[in-house]
Design a protein around this ligand. Sequence first.
Ligand code: AMP
Length: 533
Amino acid sequence: MTAYAYPLLIKQILTAPLAHAPRQQIIHADRTRYDYRTFADRVARVAGALRGIGVAEGSVVAVLDWDSNRYLECFFAVPMLGATLHTVNVRLSPEQILFTINHAEDDVILCHVDFLPLLSEIAARIERPWQLVVLSDDGQCPDIFSSSGDYEALLEATSPVPDFPDFDENTRATLFYTTGTTGDPKGVTYSHRQLVLHTMAVAAGLGPIPGGGLNRGDVYMPITPLFHVHGWGIPYVATLMGLKQVYPGRYDPARLLGLIAEHDVTFSHCVPTILSMLLTAPEAAMTDLSRWKVIIGGSALPEGVARQALERGIDVHAAYGMSETCPFLTVADMMATRDPDAPVSLRTATGKPAPMVQVRVVDAEMNDMPRDGVSTGEIVARAPWLTQAYLKNAAGTQELWQGGWLHTGDVGLLDGSGTLRITDRLKDVIKTGGEWISSLELENLASVVDGVAEVAAIGIPDPIWGERPVLVVAPHGETADVKTRLRAAFAGAVTRGILSKWAVPDRIEFVDSLPKTSVGKLDKKVLRTLFAI
Ligand code: AMP
């Protein structure tokens, strides 16, 4: 007899919900609704259909879709075959999408009808042979390309895979691309083992919070696109826990708020700009959000936005991570914020490490900075689920993993309690006269000023000081009044000793709305170009 060396594989995430919550619902907006048994059957059918068109261990299957039940099915079916799921960022430019498809060496592309025009634009330049499967919401399969068929029709015609094989837990499961400020997108990959460990650690980190966190009574709806770090990995967590899940399709504020009300959604996550967009949508006033818990990541949660959310009864907390970290590294101290007198800053701080995560704040020689709440340095991390290498990019990998710690490129500080606070991105930090100004601190101060809808602080080249801070604001209301209030807020912060005099922005510029990146964050690169003179 030999012991069974249990490999950590994505297929095992499905075991618990089938035992505990087989009748629980998975919903795709107003289109589809079925239970976990049907989900498991469909996963087996998707796998059968993909096998039928030649997908095998080592194949790469790309998905271009809105957030749907189909996407969740692929989160399981593709890796369970030993193939790699390439979640394509549909917000990239056509040229960047083409780059990622070629770089990933996709064998099959599952593409929603809405993205077929985009695909037809680049199809002739896809370098390897590939097959298309069309995803549609109404069974209509337009005649742009010859395809292997429509997803639903293929599922119907196939025989489900009866049993998924065991294989090495280090097999690659997922692949997606992250875009920096320069250069080509970088391919980030995760193995089965990493995704399983991340799933369990997030459940263990967010779960055991009395009256909060993420628990079996919750109804889950992601508002982070599933192509963005697997929807921050939470769809795997929600499935493991057997939660009712709602996939919203294409994001539209009225529709998202409608789904929250209709399905009594209690747990979501998104970037701060999306939360602001929801809170300021006309429908928000008519929607009860008092049972909604929201994790904010991807960018700093400005205090002004956190306050607005709290006023609506939303239990809001920041978390921190990045594409290269699967993504979870730290989350605000959700136990401490159970205290009704806890300051809002405890919710906006990026908090404490998730289980199994080691986080340090270091100087350029990798010495730890004092945990005094003021000394800043680069945040470096270790955890079982950090990407081990950029795909086919040895130089990038070397830079990422210098000294055996993953370099986040973020600047932060730790206080005496071990709470992490991010003060900037290394490349966004404003350097003036040899000193650093935290752009996030300026944004935080501005975010609570009446009339400020969105705000970004950027460094603009200056012949004397190197750089000077400029504040760019999307206002609601009279800009002259907003400017006066902002000036007063900065002057007050200087008087109270919160801000140095030289850190006060010289210029305040107004725009209708701030530019966003492909994942909905403020795009400071574009702003720096716009306001360079
Ligand atoms: P991405 O790879 O697109 O997920 O972006 C990751 C980056 O977003 C991090 O390196 C940080 O700069 C930023 N980020 C993520 N979460 C936070 C947070 N809670 N506060 C401040 N910045 C954050």
